[in-house]
Design a binder for this molecule. Structure first.
Ligand SMILES: Nc1ncnc2c1ncn2[C@@H]1O[C@H](COP(=O)(O)O)[C@@H](OP(=O)(O)O)[C@H]1O
Ligand SMILES: [Mg+2]
Length: 355
């Protein structure tokens, strides 16, 4: 099967990075910092990015990576660098054969910095480029809610392989969706899911373990004969998407169920496995450009589970023009059969706002 090696590498690399993020959460006061652009970052972001890029570069030396982080903060702060280096050395898969497949540990702190800086690709529509978000939903991670380790391979600008690790989602694909799932208050048992998809080959989920890969289960979106029955997902952060516009759209579609708010690409995962139906992400600002690493993996997953993903105007997402989706505004993900109807209503709501 095409992309078999890439999928396996991505699954194992994401699994190891997820182990690292869990160790940050439990033992390092979450290691929070604030970047110069005032967005939050944790020591887990740096460690997870370094590990995943080292794995990609050892298996596919000529591939490029668009990664969210870089090593500047660690170069400027040796204590921070040492903290991340400790994490990276400890994060290992329990199965030696699986560990061997992802290139073993990084040899030195300097190699770790080099790996971290390997995410500086400018993207584009030629060749093989990976898009990596080592901790997507940092705010969810900090509040003990949903977050995701997200990795996608784009081929000639088209997301082709997508893998997402969600340490706080329930393993059961059909567990009811509500905004409290996976929060600290929940039982820790039965949590942690690893999703994977390859273009043209379907989408799967399996339990996220620390060893050998579990057997995959095929996932599909729920049939949604009546869009009024939909459960729709949106960001927790009102600054990331317009809760007001999304509520208007839901009302016009006849949806009466309250939205499910969750951080990260766990939203794409949840609709792909049929636990929810729609993902609406309406822009809050005219200038914000969505980042390719916030969507590439989730898009493959939803497409392969029977869904369609476009921007808020129904336009195809263009992943091949750099590190952002600058030609697109907002995101709408829905089962194929209702996508056009949802877009029609989204356009109505957006055009009413302009008047
Ligand atoms: N104004 C904005 N509009 C849309 N997305 C934004 C935004 N500001 C930040 N983001 C992105 O929203 C992502 C989280 O999405 P969500 O709200 O679905 O959890 C963040 O990823 P990180 O957490 O990796 O930084 C960040 O890249
Ligand atoms: Mg992100």
């Amino acid at each position: 099967m095409a992309y078999e090696k890439e999928l396996e590498l991505a699954l194992l690399a994401v699994q190891r990075a997820a182990i690292l993020t869990k160790s940050v959460y439990s033992s390092h006061s979450k290691g929070t910092l604030t970047k110069t652009d005032s967005s939050p970052v944790t020591i887990g972001d740096f460690g997870a990015q370094a590990l995943i890029i080292a794995s990609i570069k050892s298996a596919f030396p000529n591939d490029e990576v668009v990664g969210e982080e870089d090593a500047d903060d660690l170069r400027a702060n040796p204590d921070l660098k040492n903290l991340v280096w400790d994490l990276v050395q400890q994060a290992k898969l329990s199965d030696p054969a699986a560990q061997d497949k992802i290139g073993g540990p990084i040899k030195s702190a300097d190699d770790m910095l080099k790996a971290l800086d390997g995410g500086a690709s400018e993207g584009g529509n030629k060749g093989r480029i990976w898009a990596l978000d080592p901790i997507d939903g940092t705010k969810g991670f900090l509040r003990g809610g949903q977050y995701a380790v997200c990795l996608a391979l784009m081929v000639d600008g088209v997301p082709t392989v997508g893998v997402i690790g969600c340490p706080n989602l329930p393993v059961d694909d059909k567990a009811p969706l509500d905004s409290k799932i996976g929060t600290d208050a929940d039982d820790k048992e039965g949590k942690g899911v690893l999703f994977g998809a390859v273009k043209g080959q379907g989408a799967t989920s399996r339990a996220l373990t620390d060893g050998k890969l579990e057997a995959p289960k095929t996932i599909t979106m729920s049939p949604l004969p009546d869009v009024a029955q939909a459960t729709f997902c949106e960001s927790v952060e009102a600054g990331h998407s317009s809760h007001g516009d999304q509520a208007d759209i839901a009302r016009k579609l006849g949806i009466t169920k309250a939205s499910v708010r969750m951080d990260s690409q766990a939203k794409y995962c949840s609709i792909a496995r049929g636990a929810g139906d729609l993902y609406l992400r309406l822009p809050t600002s005219k200038t914000y450009q969505e980042k390719i690493w916030d969507h590439a993996a989730g898009v493959v997953l939803v497409q392969e589970a029977g869904g369609e993903v476009t921007d808020a105007y129904g336009k195809q997402l263009n992943f091949g023009i750099g590190r952002t989706l600058k030609e697109n505004k907002g995101i709408v993900a829905a089962p194929k059969a209702v996508h056009a109807k949802v877009i029609e209503v989204v356009k109505e709501v957006l055009s009413a706002k302009k008047d």
